[in-house]
Design a protein around this ligand. Structure first.
Ligand code: SF4
Length: 577
């Protein structure tokens, strides 16, 4: 049921719908440091990664890929290698003679971003496209000669001025950015192309990929897709964000290779990627006419107490244990749900129980529902103060079909999702739950979640709130965007991200980016409120939104300077001790 694609050969790994989904990662060492790059690549491969990518910011790095490749082959590692290119067509051409795939960013392969606002008439627009052709065709020629594949890797944060002015910072802009290059490939009979549409916002990323598929189908193009959420960060949030974006698309049958970008050592990305692939269940791929394909539509519901209507999604739990000041909105206690004002409401396991009960609440009743009990007559006879708790045990429920049915019948009772997990591995549980609940919330379905598991309740509550945070349906803590780092990073990004988090994690609702390099960092940090961006060896630049406010400060003072900047803009509050 995967979306049918052509096959693209990357060395002896084939990316395409006739083959299993391929996992890959990227090294973080300088590509000039052969030994460190080789060691990182080996760790990725030993963890099960099939393809390894290296940054090649200049020709020198591109040339050194030969030494890295030779060393890996001498050690018996035959996995295909990829060069990651931004801004430097010459480095791309050098690398294409050495490695099996070259990734280019259509936003900056030829264009230099000036953040100019200007009106493009068709002539100016087409002149720029001709300039791209001039610079891109030589790369295609080298790739043809050496059987090198290409990834046209669009990033939400680095669209060209031309695209920004005509299409804006939108999924359509991302798609058009790739199509400009793809059409040149077609014109020149080059078909060994993979595409990606990455964003740090899983919703934008999902919409962009789906739109790309729609547009490619319209132009009879069937290239395979590389999926990823950029700057996902580390730990729990990094895994949740990646699972939401990648999992949503894999469940639609979209995606042929994946990279989970974490601000951690690269080999940790591979087990997470495999767990996301394991969870894939293609049940009812989104229809190309579905209104949720590339726009967010929240299901319209009536509010019952603080559930549904305009309220943020609620968290239910089998325990009222708080974590860091946050606890569930409702917790379960022997047949009742108790809210945080200590009010008690009945919980019914079935519609039959509810109907026969003399103990109904005038305010709110929770009634458990499953796919078998949904019929027109049952649903439409339910009073307005009933909140349905959709208890799902398997992955076989067609929620899109069910919510379309609700919409058609005008049923507006809120719906909460409940699922019990036996999974012992917390990483796997986080990934499974993010895909189960998060992908539904990303499509505007559901008014809350109830995640039941034997893991410690604090961890479960944190996971539940974090799923809501990463779907951006309920913000309860600081949001972090941090890149995975690569050979361009000249400071310890993992340690710095941990330090920034330690000092700022009480700033609820603020979005802070920690980015490895000045070349891509400012563009890729998307809509962050503050940016901490590496601008050289142990020097940092600080941003307020898109504006550079402090340049080249020593990394040892930079976190304090970041706090001063937040204070100067009145976004700082003192942490509770
Ligand atoms: S933003 Fe991070 S991952 Fe991207 S190129 Fe710069 S250092 Fe590398």
């Amino acid at each position: 049921m995967r979306r049918k694609t052509i096959n693209v050969s990357v060395g002896d790994v084939i990316i395409g719908s006739d083959y299993p989904i391929v996992t890959q990662s990227m090294t973080t060492a300088s590509t000039l440091d052969t030994e460190a790059s080789v060691q990182e690549a080996i760790k990725i491969i030993d963890a099960g990664g099939q393809i390894v990518r290296f940054t090649a910011p200049n020709i020198k790095e591109a040339e050194n890929l030969q030494n890295i490749k030779d060393s890996l082959r001498n050690k018996g590692y035959t996995n295909p290698l990829v060069a990651d290119i931004h801004f430097t067509p010459n480095a791309a051409i050098t690398a294409a003679e050495i490695v099996e795939k070259v990734r280019i960013n259509p936003g900056n392969y030829v264009d230099r971003k000036k953040f100019e606002i200007k009106e493009y008439d068709d002539k100016t627009y087409n002149d720029e496209l001709l300039k791209i052709e001039d610079r891109f065709i030589p790369l295609l020629d080298v790739c043809k000669k050496h059987n090198t594949a290409i990834r046209i890797g669009t990033n939400h944060g680095s669209l060209s001025d031309r695209i920004m002015n005509r299409f804006g910072d939108t999924p359509l802009g991302m798609v058009e950015s790739a199509l400009e290059f793809l059409r040149i490939c077609n014109k020149n009979d080059f078909d060994q192309v993979v595409l990606s549409m990455k964003s740090s916002n899983p919703l934008v990323m999902v919409h962009a990929y789906r739109l790309l598929v729609k547009k490619m189908d319209e132009e009879n193009m069937h290239f395979p897709l590389h999926l990823g959420v950029t700057e996902a960060g580390d730990g729990l949030d990094g895994r949740i964000k990646s699972s939401l974006g990648i999992g949503s698309l894999l469940n639609d049958g979209i995606g042929d290779t994946i990279r989970v970008s974490l601000t951690e050592d690269p080999e940790f990305e591979i087990p997470a990627a495999k767990k996301i692939i394991d969870k894939t269940r293609i049940l009812n791929p989104i229809n190309k006419d579905d209104h949720r394909l590339s726009e967010y539509h929240k299901r319209s519901t009536s509010a019952v107490l603080n559930i549904g209507g305009d309220n943020v999604p609620v968290v239910l739990s089998s325990s009222n244990v708080l974590f860091e000041g946050n606890g569930p909105d409702y917790f379960y206690n022997e047949k009742e749900l108790i809210n945080n004002k200590n009010e008690r409401f009945p919980y019914f396991y079935s519609i039959k129980e509810y109907r026969q009960s003399d103990n109904k609440s005038d305010i709110i009743n929770f009634v458990s529902l499953n796919k078998e009990t949904i019929t027109n007559s049952i649903m439409s006879s339910m009073p307005k103060n009933v909140v349905f708790v959709f208890d799902f045990h398997d992955n076989e429920t067609d929620f899109r079909g069910i919510f379309n049915f609700f919409e058609k019948q005008g049923i507006t009772n809120p719906v909460l999702f409940k699922k019990s997990y036996k999974e012992e591995d917390f990483e796997k549980l986080s990934i499974d739950a993010s895909i189960d609940f998060g992908t539904l919330l990303l499509e505007g379905m559901g008014n809350g979640l109830w995640l039941d598991s034997d893991h410690h309740h604090e961890r479960i509550n944190e996971l539940s709130f974090s799923i809501l945070q990463n779907t951006r349906t309920r913000i309860f803590k600081t949001d972090y965007i941090s890149c995975p780092s690569c050979g361009r990073t000249k400071f310890n990004l993992q340690e710095t991200t941990a330090l920034v988090k330690e000092k700022t994690s009480h700033l609820k609702g603020l979005k802070i980016a920690v980015m490895g390099c000045i070349v891509n960092g400012p563009g890729e940090m998307a809509d962050a409120d503050y940016g901490y961006v590496g601008s050289g060896k142990d020097v940092i630049s600080l941003y307020k939104g898109k504006d550079l406010v402090k340049k080249n400060i020593s990394s040892k003072d930079a976190v304090d300077e970041l706090i001063n900047l937040i204070k100067a803009n009145n976004d700082w509050v003192e942490p509770l001790i």
